[in-house]
Design a protein around this ligand. Structure first.
Ligand code: FMN
Length: 355
């Protein structure tokens, strides 16, 4: 009988059941190509890409990888209806910072910041027919999901609770990513916004494994081969690792973000909605300390981004990450300044140790 890890690798078409977490804003096709080229599953995050950028990134993946599999990732939130009163309250909450940097609140352009999966995106994707497609914040509407399934794509999606895992399995996910509370970046929740319902990985993973028929992929705080082995020992069919890739040569992580990840500051992360309007885990910096880390004034995802953008730009121009989203999970100890293929080789040693 095949073990669950070799059956997940067979499902994904990879040598190892290791998924490089898609990470919008800090990586593109280059990291995905390096990871897929080394036998794991590289991912292209599309939440911050225009359809033109997506097409050119997908062409780069296809040209570099040929038949080797890769994953293409989308957010699937409901696009929000802008609310002028809430927007004004948000700018009011940020007024002391905006004044400090000489930014006129009235001159800040409104903008979406992150795009949900759409008909246009599905059309571009159909030109490339990727083997694996993953979603964050639930699944897209049934007609859009059916388009992806039409070419036989394997569909992955993140669950932050047992209820979400059961929902994803019932609505067409071929494997479920158990996203523990320690994970970096945005929480993938979609059934409840109550963060107190979300367990850490070692509480969530065995419960999902017990309840689901589909394979469960462990994510959150996995930083090295021992972490991989521990997740596999708890019944995971594979692992998805995010934060550990952030210092790799092929990531586009900014120098300020890299410096924070390498410093002691990386030991203190928090969930914050200040950067986008949705809870995401990042290193605590001045904005989180002085305005959050959570704020009731932040507009709905992803509208909070617009008013933060000029603050971030001005601070970064002065060499400061005080207003930058320094996304990181609770365990940044696996971040290494190496080619991604080397990190793949280090992490997959954990598969040999499980059980
Ligand atoms: C910088 C960063 C950006 C992220 N962006 C995305 C994204 O675009 N799509 C997604 O599905 N998950 C995203 N995530 C979450 C990951 O899928 C995953 O849950 C997380 O990285 C696992 O925890 P770890 O960071 O502790 O390894 C992001 C995580 C990080 C650290």
């Amino acid at each position: 009988m095949l073990s669950s890890s070799s059956s997940l690798a067979a499902l994904l078409g990879t040598e190892f059941p290791l998924v490089q977490a898609p990470m919008a804003g800090v990586q593109g096709s280059r990291l995905a190509i390096a990871v897929s080229g080394a036998g794991a599953l590289g991912s292209l995050p599309c939440a911050m890409l225009s359809t033109e950028a997506m097409r050119s990134e997908l062409a780069a993946l296809r040209d570099a990888l040929g038949e080797r599999p890769y994953n293409v990732n989308f957010f699937c939130h409901q696009a929000p209806v802008p609310d002028a009163a809430r927007e004004a309250a948000w700018r009011e909450a940020l007024a002391p910072f905006l004044r400090e940097f000489g930014i006129d609140p009235a001159a800040i352009p409104a903008g979406p910041g992150r795009n949900p999966f759409s008909t246009e995106a599905a059309e571009v994707l159909a030109e490339f027919r990727p083997r694996v497609v993953s979603f964050h914040f639930g699944l897209p509407a049934p007609d859009l999901l059916a388009r992806v399934k039409a070419w036989g794509a394997v569909v992955l999606a993140s669950a932050t609770t047992v209820e979400e895992g059961l929902w994803l399995q019932a609505h067409g996910a071929d494997a479920v990513i158990a996203q523990g509370l320690e994970a970096g970046g945005h929480r993938g929740h979609f059934l409840s916004h109550d963060l107190t319902r979300q367990p850490g990985l070692f509480a969530l993973l065995p419960q999902l494994v017990a309840q689901l028929r589909v394979p469960v992929i462990a994510a959150g705080g996995i930083a090295d081969a021992q972490g991989v082995a521990a997740a596999m020992a708890l019944g995971a069919a594979g692992v998805q690792v995010g934060t550990a890739w952030l210092l790799c040569d092929e990531a586009t992580t900014t120098p300020l973000h890299r410096a924070a990840l390498k410093s002691e500051a990386a030991r203190h992360t928090a969930l914050t909605n200040l950067f986008t309007g949705r809870a995401a885990r990042g290193i605590v910096n001045r904005l989180l300390r002085e305005a959050g880390p959570m704020s009731a004034a932040a507009p709905e995802f992803p509208l909070a981004t617009a008013a933060i953008a000029p603050l971030r730009a001005k601070a970064e121009a002065q060499g400061s990450g005080d207003f930058s989203p320094l996304w990181s999970g609770q365990n940044a100890t696996g971040c290494r300044e190496v080619p991604a293929a080397e990190l793949v080789r280090a992490l997959v040693r954990g598969f040999g140790r499980a059980g």
